[in-house]
Design a protein around this ligand. Structure first.
Ligand SMILES: [Zn+2]
Length: 341
């Protein structure tokens, strides 16, 4: 068993010389990869600087992966969305209430064109090594690990309703049935699969990681957020790495183990590399030795890659860990320990 890559995410495309110092600090913390959280504003405003930042990461010796962070509120993340600001249509709709939601309908042609356009531009005009699909999800429902339980779901917008009726031959129901589940999985995957294919057509060497929510998905509990059919996601021929997202430090060890073993098994089943995440912001373990134990568990389960959100424990942000630098240092010690082997 060996950890092949150790990544950390990074915000900010302002000044190359500042980024260089941060990248050197990442190297010193045992990272071999930086995941750039690229926002719609960065693409719109800081684009000339993005490739300079990528080249600087390479110069320091880091691989560099683009994360279209929170675009359209389709992916995870705290930042705002220009697509939502600039469009009053193409939003998700609640099935039960008919309310328009604060998230794009990623099954719409409009958003698919917009999103693929951003990624293809990055693939063509920068030297990134790959892309990271960061917790893609339908806006509702969510339950168990990421929010309150509920039966409502999305998306029942006019575009989804038309597609559903064209395919199944009846009006999209308000109660989620098996056809709705299949429709949601299929359309959600199509958005990422088509974009990944377009990226590979620009450069087949660009690697694609798909990171889905770390959920139970058993007979009793599933989040139904569009990417919870792990077999379907991992089977996508354009994805190279199957990844599952962060688990809070207060969750029981058995939950960490369950998610980790299932992640490794699914990745192996479809010939992909596996990745597990470490919570490096917002909260921290009561005993920092828990980080060592979790990293050992990941390695022993045959996980190929480790990744942490985020640089310096979120220092200076509203989602900082209580002791951000201490947490960052503890994760760095673990990265150095496992990458050494
Ligand atoms: Zn829709």
């Amino acid at each position: 068993m060996a950890i092949k890559h150790t990544a950390v995410s990074y915000y900010g495309f302002n000044y190359v010389e500042h980024a260089e110092k941060d990248f050197i600090e990442m190297k010193e913390h045992g990272c071999d990869t930086v995941i750039l959280a690229i926002t719609e504003f960065d693409m719109d405003f800081w684009f000339p600087n993005i490739n300079n930042i990528v080249k600087t990461a390479h110069k320091v010796g880091l691989r560099c992966i683009a994360d279209p962070w929170g675009i359209g509120k389709f992916f995870g993340g705290e930042q705002v969305s220009l697509f939502l600001q600039n469009n009053i249509h193409h939003r998700q709709v609640s099935a039960y209430t008919g309310e328009v939601l604060n998230a794009v309908c990623f099954n719409s042609n409009s958003f698919r064109d917009y999103f693929t356009g951003i990624c293809v531009k990055l693939a063509r005009e920068t030297e990134v090594d790959g892309f990271f699909w960061d917790e893609p999800h339908y806006d509702a429902p969510k339950s168990y690990s990421t929010g309150g339980a509920g039966d409502d779901w999305s998306c029942r917008c006019p575009e989804c309703m038309k597609k559903f009726e064209d395919y199944y031959g009846y009006e999209m129901p308000k109660i989620m049935n098996d056809d709705v589940k299949q429709f949601r999985w299929r359309e959600a995957l199509k958005t990422l699969s088509d974009c990944s294919k377009a990226i590979k057509e620009v450069n087949p060497k660009l690697e694609i990681t798909c990171c889905v929510h770390a959920t139970k998905n058993n007979y009793y509990i599933t989040e139904q957020r569009g990417y919870d059919n792990w077999d379907m996601v991992a089977a996508c021929p354009y994805f190279d790495v199957f990844s599952t997202t962060i688990i809070g430090w207060s969750f029981p060890e058995s939950f960490f183990r369950d998610i980790t073993e299932r992640t490794a098994n699914i990745a192996k089943k479809y010939g992909k590399e596996s990745e597990r995440w470490i919570l490096g912001y917002s909260s921290q373990p009561e005993d920092f030795k828990q980080i060592d134990k979790v990293v050992d568990m990941y390695e022993n389960a045959g996980i190929d890659r480790l990744a942490t959100w985020t640089y310096r424990g979120g220092y200076g942000t509203i989602v900082s860990a209580p002791d951000p630098i201490k947490l960052w240092d503890a994760i760095g010690e673990n990265y150095k320990r496992v990458l050494k082997k």
